[in-house]
Design a protein around this ligand. Structure first.
Ligand SMILES: NC(=O)c1ccc[n+]([C@@H]2O[C@H](COP(=O)([O-])OP(=O)(O)OC[C@H]3O[C@@H](n4cnc5c(N)ncnc54)[C@H](O)[C@@H]3O)[C@@H](O)[C@H]2O)c1
Length: 367
Protein backbone atom coordinates (compact mmCIF):
# COMPACT_ATOMS: atom_id res chain seq x y z
CA UNK A 1 0.00 0.00 0.00
CA UNK A 2 2.38 2.72 1.28
CA UNK A 3 0.09 5.69 0.63
CA UNK A 4 0.50 8.91 2.59
CA UNK A 5 -1.90 9.85 5.35
CA UNK A 6 -1.89 13.64 5.50
CA UNK A 7 -2.57 15.04 8.95
CA UNK A 8 -3.05 18.51 10.41
CA UNK A 9 -2.67 19.34 14.09
CA UNK A 10 -4.45 21.94 16.24
CA UNK A 11 -2.34 22.48 19.40
CA UNK A 12 1.38 21.73 19.09
CA UNK A 13 1.87 20.78 22.74
CA UNK A 14 3.38 17.75 24.45
CA UNK A 15 1.02 15.26 22.81
CA UNK A 16 1.84 16.55 19.32
CA UNK A 17 5.53 16.36 20.20
CA UNK A 18 5.28 12.70 21.24
CA UNK A 19 3.21 11.85 18.15
CA UNK A 20 5.66 13.43 15.72
CA UNK A 21 8.69 11.97 17.47
CA UNK A 22 6.95 8.56 17.27
CA UNK A 23 6.42 8.81 13.51
CA UNK A 24 10.22 9.02 13.14
CA UNK A 25 11.14 6.69 15.98
CA UNK A 26 9.11 3.92 14.29
CA UNK A 27 10.01 4.85 10.70
CA UNK A 28 11.53 1.45 9.94
CA UNK A 29 8.55 -0.64 11.08
CA UNK A 30 7.45 -2.36 7.91
CA UNK A 31 5.90 -5.67 8.92
CA UNK A 32 3.63 -7.34 11.43
CA UNK A 33 6.08 -10.16 12.16
CA UNK A 34 7.84 -8.69 15.18
CA UNK A 35 6.59 -7.59 18.58
CA UNK A 36 7.75 -3.99 18.85
CA UNK A 37 7.79 -2.25 22.24
CA UNK A 38 5.22 0.53 22.47
CA UNK A 39 3.00 -0.48 19.54
CA UNK A 40 -0.48 -1.96 19.61
CA UNK A 41 -0.43 -2.39 15.80
CA UNK A 42 2.71 -2.36 13.66
CA UNK A 43 0.64 -2.05 10.51
CA UNK A 44 -3.06 -1.38 10.08
CA UNK A 45 -4.34 -2.89 6.84
CA UNK A 46 -0.90 -2.29 5.36
CA UNK A 47 -0.58 1.31 6.62
CA UNK A 48 2.79 1.93 8.26
CA UNK A 49 3.45 4.54 10.93
CA UNK A 50 5.82 6.24 8.49
CA UNK A 51 2.91 6.73 6.07
CA UNK A 52 1.65 9.48 8.41
CA UNK A 53 2.72 12.88 7.03
CA UNK A 54 2.05 16.13 8.91
CA UNK A 55 1.06 18.80 6.38
CA UNK A 56 -0.38 21.62 8.54
CA UNK A 57 -0.27 22.77 12.16
CA UNK A 58 -1.94 25.50 14.21
CA UNK A 59 -1.00 26.94 17.59
CA UNK A 60 -1.15 30.31 19.35
CA UNK A 61 2.12 30.37 21.34
CA UNK A 62 4.77 32.91 20.35
CA UNK A 63 7.51 30.27 20.62
CA UNK A 64 5.78 27.91 18.17
CA UNK A 65 3.92 30.03 15.59
CA UNK A 66 6.10 30.66 12.51
CA UNK A 67 8.53 27.81 13.29
CA UNK A 68 8.88 24.60 11.33
CA UNK A 69 6.81 21.91 13.05
CA UNK A 70 9.96 19.81 13.55
CA UNK A 71 11.34 22.61 15.81
CA UNK A 72 8.10 23.87 17.34
CA UNK A 73 7.49 20.51 19.04
CA UNK A 74 10.63 21.01 21.17
CA UNK A 75 9.85 24.59 22.22
CA UNK A 76 8.84 25.55 25.75
CA UNK A 77 6.55 25.11 27.54
CA UNK A 78 6.60 21.60 25.99
CA UNK A 79 8.49 19.37 28.38
CA UNK A 80 7.80 15.76 27.44
CA UNK A 81 10.75 13.41 27.06
CA UNK A 82 12.77 13.62 23.85
CA UNK A 83 13.01 10.01 22.63
CA UNK A 84 13.73 10.88 18.98
CA UNK A 85 15.99 13.87 18.35
CA UNK A 86 16.59 13.84 14.63
CA UNK A 87 13.37 15.09 13.17
CA UNK A 88 13.92 16.42 9.65
CA UNK A 89 12.38 19.74 8.60
CA UNK A 90 8.89 19.22 7.22
CA UNK A 91 8.60 22.53 5.43
CA UNK A 92 5.41 22.86 7.48
CA UNK A 93 5.27 26.12 9.43
CA UNK A 94 3.05 26.33 12.49
CA UNK A 95 0.31 28.85 11.69
CA UNK A 96 -1.52 31.19 14.04
CA UNK A 97 -4.86 29.66 15.07
CA UNK A 98 -7.80 31.38 16.77
CA UNK A 99 -7.20 31.76 20.53
CA UNK A 100 -10.87 31.98 21.61
CA UNK A 101 -11.06 30.20 25.01
CA UNK A 102 -7.85 28.17 24.48
CA UNK A 103 -5.90 30.07 27.14
CA UNK A 104 -7.38 30.23 30.65
CA UNK A 105 -6.95 33.54 32.54
CA UNK A 106 -5.01 31.93 35.40
CA UNK A 107 -2.29 30.76 32.97
CA UNK A 108 -0.95 34.35 32.94
CA UNK A 109 0.05 34.06 36.61
CA UNK A 110 2.82 31.51 35.98
CA UNK A 111 6.42 31.83 34.71
CA UNK A 112 6.72 31.85 30.91
CA UNK A 113 8.65 28.60 30.75
CA UNK A 114 5.68 26.82 32.36
CA UNK A 115 2.75 28.47 30.62
CA UNK A 116 1.27 29.55 27.26
CA UNK A 117 2.40 32.91 25.83
CA UNK A 118 0.01 34.13 23.15
CA UNK A 119 1.63 35.42 19.93
CA UNK A 120 0.51 38.88 18.79
CA UNK A 121 -0.33 37.71 15.29
CA UNK A 122 -3.39 37.71 13.09
CA UNK A 123 -5.02 34.29 12.87
CA UNK A 124 -4.84 32.56 9.50
CA UNK A 125 -7.88 31.28 7.61
CA UNK A 126 -7.81 27.73 9.00
CA UNK A 127 -10.27 26.36 6.42
CA UNK A 128 -8.14 27.72 3.56
CA UNK A 129 -4.94 26.38 5.13
CA UNK A 130 -6.48 22.95 5.57
CA UNK A 131 -7.61 22.89 1.95
CA UNK A 132 -4.27 24.16 0.62
CA UNK A 133 -2.29 21.60 2.61
CA UNK A 134 -4.32 18.64 1.35
CA UNK A 135 -4.87 17.48 4.96
CA UNK A 136 -7.20 14.49 5.30
CA UNK A 137 -7.43 14.39 9.10
CA UNK A 138 -7.33 17.18 11.70
CA UNK A 139 -6.13 16.09 15.15
CA UNK A 140 -7.42 18.25 17.97
CA UNK A 141 -5.02 18.71 20.91
CA UNK A 142 -6.43 21.94 22.38
CA UNK A 143 -6.37 22.43 26.17
CA UNK A 144 -9.16 21.08 28.38
CA UNK A 145 -12.04 23.56 28.66
CA UNK A 146 -11.55 25.10 25.18
CA UNK A 147 -15.17 24.59 24.17
CA UNK A 148 -15.24 27.47 21.66
CA UNK A 149 -11.80 26.76 20.18
CA UNK A 150 -12.60 23.07 19.67
CA UNK A 151 -15.96 23.84 18.08
CA UNK A 152 -14.16 26.31 15.83
CA UNK A 153 -11.62 23.68 14.66
CA UNK A 154 -14.34 21.02 14.26
CA UNK A 155 -16.29 23.45 12.06
CA UNK A 156 -13.17 24.24 10.03
CA UNK A 157 -12.69 20.50 9.45
CA UNK A 158 -16.29 20.18 8.28
CA UNK A 159 -15.96 23.17 5.94
CA UNK A 160 -12.66 21.94 4.51
CA UNK A 161 -13.93 18.35 4.09
CA UNK A 162 -11.39 16.96 6.59
CA UNK A 163 -12.00 14.16 9.11
CA UNK A 164 -11.44 14.76 12.81
CA UNK A 165 -9.76 12.99 15.72
CA UNK A 166 -10.68 14.62 19.01
CA UNK A 167 -8.10 13.80 21.67
CA UNK A 168 -9.61 15.91 24.47
CA UNK A 169 -12.87 16.16 26.38
CA UNK A 170 -15.02 18.66 24.51
CA UNK A 171 -17.69 16.31 23.24
CA UNK A 172 -17.77 16.05 19.43
CA UNK A 173 -17.91 12.39 18.30
CA UNK A 174 -20.04 11.56 21.36
CA UNK A 175 -22.38 14.53 20.84
CA UNK A 176 -25.40 13.70 18.68
CA UNK A 177 -25.50 17.04 16.85
CA UNK A 178 -21.81 17.12 16.02
CA UNK A 179 -21.82 13.43 15.07
CA UNK A 180 -24.65 14.12 12.60
CA UNK A 181 -22.72 17.00 11.04
CA UNK A 182 -19.79 14.67 10.29
CA UNK A 183 -22.18 11.96 9.12
CA UNK A 184 -23.88 14.35 6.69
CA UNK A 185 -20.51 15.20 5.15
CA UNK A 186 -19.52 11.51 5.18
CA UNK A 187 -16.38 12.39 7.16
CA UNK A 188 -15.12 9.94 9.78
CA UNK A 189 -14.66 11.22 13.33
CA UNK A 190 -13.04 9.48 16.33
CA UNK A 191 -13.51 10.84 19.88
CA UNK A 192 -13.60 11.95 22.54
CA UNK A 193 -10.64 12.27 24.94
CA UNK A 194 -7.82 9.86 24.13
CA UNK A 195 -7.43 6.81 26.40
CA UNK A 196 -3.73 6.20 26.89
CA UNK A 197 -1.98 2.85 26.35
CA UNK A 198 -1.42 2.11 30.03
CA UNK A 199 -2.95 5.17 31.67
CA UNK A 200 -5.01 5.69 34.80
CA UNK A 201 -8.30 5.20 32.93
CA UNK A 202 -7.57 1.83 31.35
CA UNK A 203 -5.97 0.49 34.55
CA UNK A 204 -8.95 1.65 36.63
CA UNK A 205 -11.45 0.23 34.10
CA UNK A 206 -9.62 -3.10 33.94
CA UNK A 207 -9.50 -3.44 37.73
CA UNK A 208 -13.20 -2.57 38.07
CA UNK A 209 -13.97 -5.19 35.44
CA UNK A 210 -11.85 -7.73 37.36
CA UNK A 211 -13.63 -7.02 40.66
CA UNK A 212 -17.00 -7.43 38.93
CA UNK A 213 -15.95 -10.65 37.16
CA UNK A 214 -14.72 -12.11 40.49
CA UNK A 215 -17.98 -11.31 42.27
CA UNK A 216 -16.63 -8.47 44.40
CA UNK A 217 -19.01 -5.48 44.41
CA UNK A 218 -17.25 -2.11 44.48
CA UNK A 219 -18.53 0.28 47.15
CA UNK A 220 -16.15 3.21 46.71
CA UNK A 221 -13.25 4.25 44.56
CA UNK A 222 -11.02 7.22 43.82
CA UNK A 223 -8.44 8.12 41.18
CA UNK A 224 -6.31 11.18 41.90
CA UNK A 225 -3.96 12.44 39.20
CA UNK A 226 -1.07 14.90 39.36
CA UNK A 227 1.35 16.18 36.75
CA UNK A 228 3.65 19.09 36.02
CA UNK A 229 2.99 20.25 32.44
CA UNK A 230 0.66 22.85 30.92
CA UNK A 231 -2.14 20.27 30.71
CA UNK A 232 -2.23 20.01 34.52
CA UNK A 233 -1.58 23.73 35.00
CA UNK A 234 -4.57 24.50 32.77
CA UNK A 235 -6.72 22.03 34.72
CA UNK A 236 -6.18 23.94 37.99
CA UNK A 237 -9.21 25.94 36.87
CA UNK A 238 -12.19 24.01 38.20
CA UNK A 239 -14.59 25.60 35.65
CA UNK A 240 -12.58 24.09 32.79
CA UNK A 241 -12.72 20.62 34.31
CA UNK A 242 -16.40 19.77 34.00
CA UNK A 243 -16.21 17.68 30.83
CA UNK A 244 -12.85 16.10 31.82
CA UNK A 245 -14.42 14.81 35.04
CA UNK A 246 -17.46 13.50 33.13
CA UNK A 247 -15.23 11.80 30.56
CA UNK A 248 -12.94 10.11 33.12
CA UNK A 249 -15.74 9.16 35.52
CA UNK A 250 -18.08 7.75 32.84
CA UNK A 251 -15.23 5.69 31.45
CA UNK A 252 -14.76 3.89 34.76
CA UNK A 253 -18.46 3.90 35.71
CA UNK A 254 -19.31 2.10 32.44
CA UNK A 255 -17.34 -0.93 33.66
CA UNK A 256 -19.16 -1.31 36.99
CA UNK A 257 -21.97 -3.80 37.62
CA UNK A 258 -23.84 -1.10 39.57
CA UNK A 259 -23.31 2.64 39.18
CA UNK A 260 -21.85 4.41 42.20
CA UNK A 261 -23.10 7.71 43.58
CA UNK A 262 -21.07 10.85 42.93
CA UNK A 263 -19.84 10.78 46.55
CA UNK A 264 -18.52 7.24 46.23
CA UNK A 265 -16.65 7.57 42.93
CA UNK A 266 -14.15 10.41 42.83
CA UNK A 267 -12.04 10.74 39.69
CA UNK A 268 -10.19 13.71 38.30
CA UNK A 269 -7.05 15.77 37.79
CA UNK A 270 -6.03 16.80 41.30
CA UNK A 271 -3.01 19.08 41.33
CA UNK A 272 -0.13 20.66 39.44
CA UNK A 273 3.37 19.74 40.61
CA UNK A 274 5.79 21.62 38.29
CA UNK A 275 8.87 19.45 38.82
CA UNK A 276 7.03 16.36 37.60
CA UNK A 277 6.85 17.91 34.12
CA UNK A 278 5.19 15.37 31.77
CA UNK A 279 5.42 12.57 34.34
CA UNK A 280 1.85 11.88 35.45
CA UNK A 281 1.22 10.08 38.69
CA UNK A 282 -2.12 8.47 39.47
CA UNK A 283 -3.19 7.22 42.89
CA UNK A 284 -6.08 4.81 42.96
CA UNK A 285 -8.12 3.10 45.65
CA UNK A 286 -10.91 0.57 45.19
CA UNK A 287 -12.97 -0.66 48.13
CA UNK A 288 -15.08 -3.79 47.77
CA UNK A 289 -16.64 -6.72 49.60
CA UNK A 290 -15.50 -10.29 49.07
CA UNK A 291 -16.74 -13.71 50.25
CA UNK A 292 -18.86 -13.42 53.41
CA UNK A 293 -19.30 -9.67 52.79
CA UNK A 294 -15.81 -9.19 54.20
CA UNK A 295 -14.35 -5.78 53.21
CA UNK A 296 -11.17 -5.47 51.16
CA UNK A 297 -9.36 -2.68 49.39
CA UNK A 298 -6.70 -2.16 46.76
CA UNK A 299 -4.32 0.80 46.48
CA UNK A 300 -2.16 1.53 43.49
CA UNK A 301 0.30 4.16 42.24
CA UNK A 302 0.93 4.50 38.52
CA UNK A 303 3.73 6.64 37.10
CA UNK A 304 3.84 7.30 33.34
CA UNK A 305 5.20 9.82 30.84
CA UNK A 306 1.82 11.19 29.82
CA UNK A 307 2.20 12.25 26.18
CA UNK A 308 3.99 9.25 24.59
CA UNK A 309 1.37 7.17 26.41
CA UNK A 310 -1.40 8.80 24.37
CA UNK A 311 0.57 9.03 21.09
CA UNK A 312 0.68 5.21 21.01
CA UNK A 313 -3.09 5.30 20.62
CA UNK A 314 -3.28 8.30 18.27
CA UNK A 315 -1.10 6.57 15.64
CA UNK A 316 -3.75 3.82 15.55
CA UNK A 317 -6.62 6.33 15.44
CA UNK A 318 -5.04 8.06 12.42
CA UNK A 319 -4.72 4.82 10.49
CA UNK A 320 -8.27 3.72 11.40
CA UNK A 321 -9.69 7.03 10.12
CA UNK A 322 -7.71 6.52 6.92
CA UNK A 323 -9.27 3.06 6.52
CA UNK A 324 -12.72 4.61 6.94
CA UNK A 325 -11.85 7.23 4.31
CA UNK A 326 -10.67 4.50 1.91
CA UNK A 327 -13.96 2.67 2.48
CA UNK A 328 -16.05 5.85 2.21
CA UNK A 329 -17.42 5.45 5.75
CA UNK A 330 -18.38 8.68 7.52
CA UNK A 331 -19.67 9.73 10.95
CA UNK A 332 -18.39 8.55 14.33
CA UNK A 333 -16.31 5.36 14.19
CA UNK A 334 -17.96 3.38 16.99
CA UNK A 335 -15.42 0.60 17.48
CA UNK A 336 -12.29 2.77 17.16
CA UNK A 337 -13.74 5.40 19.50
CA UNK A 338 -14.64 2.75 22.11
CA UNK A 339 -11.16 1.23 21.85
CA UNK A 340 -9.16 4.46 21.88
CA UNK A 341 -11.22 7.11 23.65
CA UNK A 342 -12.48 7.67 27.18
CA UNK A 343 -15.81 9.18 26.13
CA UNK A 344 -16.89 7.41 22.92
CA UNK A 345 -20.39 7.49 21.46
CA UNK A 346 -20.86 3.96 22.91
CA UNK A 347 -18.95 2.25 25.70
CA UNK A 348 -17.88 -1.42 25.54
CA UNK A 349 -15.44 -3.44 27.61
CA UNK A 350 -11.87 -2.95 26.38
CA UNK A 351 -11.64 -6.57 25.16
CA UNK A 352 -14.86 -6.23 23.17
CA UNK A 353 -13.77 -2.87 21.71
CA UNK A 354 -10.43 -4.35 20.63
CA UNK A 355 -12.24 -7.31 19.02
CA UNK A 356 -14.54 -4.91 17.16
CA UNK A 357 -11.57 -2.88 15.90
CA UNK A 358 -9.85 -6.03 14.62
CA UNK A 359 -13.07 -6.91 12.76
CA UNK A 360 -13.24 -3.37 11.35
CA UNK A 361 -9.66 -3.70 10.09
CA UNK A 362 -10.56 -7.00 8.43
CA UNK A 363 -13.54 -5.21 6.83
CA UNK A 364 -16.12 -7.35 8.62
CA UNK A 365 -17.99 -4.50 10.29
CA UNK A 366 -19.09 -1.11 9.03
CA UNK A 367 -17.95 1.14 11.84
N1 LIG B 1 -2.01 11.27 27.81
C1 LIG B 1 -2.26 12.52 27.48
O1 LIG B 1 -1.34 13.30 27.38
C2 LIG B 1 -3.69 12.95 27.22
C3 LIG B 1 -4.71 12.04 27.43
C4 LIG B 1 -6.02 12.44 27.20
C5 LIG B 1 -6.30 13.73 26.78
N2 LIG B 1 -5.27 14.61 26.59
C6 LIG B 1 -5.64 15.97 26.18
O2 LIG B 1 -5.02 16.33 24.95
C7 LIG B 1 -4.85 17.75 24.91
C8 LIG B 1 -3.41 18.06 24.53
O3 LIG B 1 -2.55 17.65 25.58
P1 LIG B 1 -1.06 18.24 25.66
O4 LIG B 1 -0.41 17.53 26.80
O5 LIG B 1 -0.43 18.25 24.34
O6 LIG B 1 -1.38 19.74 26.11
P2 LIG B 1 -0.40 20.99 26.01
O7 LIG B 1 -0.85 21.96 27.04
O8 LIG B 1 1.01 20.52 26.03
O9 LIG B 1 -0.68 21.56 24.54
C9 LIG B 1 -1.77 22.36 24.19
C10 LIG B 1 -1.32 23.21 23.00
O10 LIG B 1 -2.45 23.91 22.51
C11 LIG B 1 -2.05 25.23 22.20
N3 LIG B 1 -3.26 26.06 22.15
C12 LIG B 1 -3.93 26.68 23.15
N4 LIG B 1 -5.03 27.30 22.65
C13 LIG B 1 -5.04 27.06 21.31
C14 LIG B 1 -5.91 27.44 20.26
N5 LIG B 1 -6.99 28.19 20.49
N6 LIG B 1 -5.61 27.04 19.01
C15 LIG B 1 -4.50 26.26 18.75
N7 LIG B 1 -3.64 25.88 19.72
C16 LIG B 1 -3.92 26.26 20.99
C17 LIG B 1 -1.03 25.58 23.26
O11 LIG B 1 -0.21 26.66 22.89
C18 LIG B 1 -0.27 24.26 23.36
O12 LIG B 1 0.78 24.20 22.42
C19 LIG B 1 -5.24 18.27 26.29
O13 LIG B 1 -6.56 18.74 26.27
C20 LIG B 1 -5.14 17.03 27.15
O14 LIG B 1 -5.97 17.07 28.31
C21 LIG B 1 -3.98 14.25 26.79
Amino acid sequence: MGKNIKIAIAGVGNCASALIQGIFYYKDVKSDDELIPGLMHNLIDGYKISDIKPVAAFDIDVRKVGKDLSEAIFELPNCTKTFCKNIPHFGVKVKMGRVLDGVAPHMKDYPEDQTFVVAKKKPVDVVEELKKSGAEILINYCPVGSQKAVEFYANCALKAGVSFINCMPVFIASDKNWAEKFERKNLPVIGDDIKSQIGATIVHRTLCHLFTARGVPIDRSYQLNVGGETDFLNMLSRERLKSKKISKTESVESQLAKRLSYDNLHIGPSDYVPFLKNNKIAFMRIEGRQFGNVPMNLELRLSVEDSPNSAGCVIDAIRLVKLALDRKIGGPLISASAYLMKHPPQQFTDEKAREMVEEFILDKRER
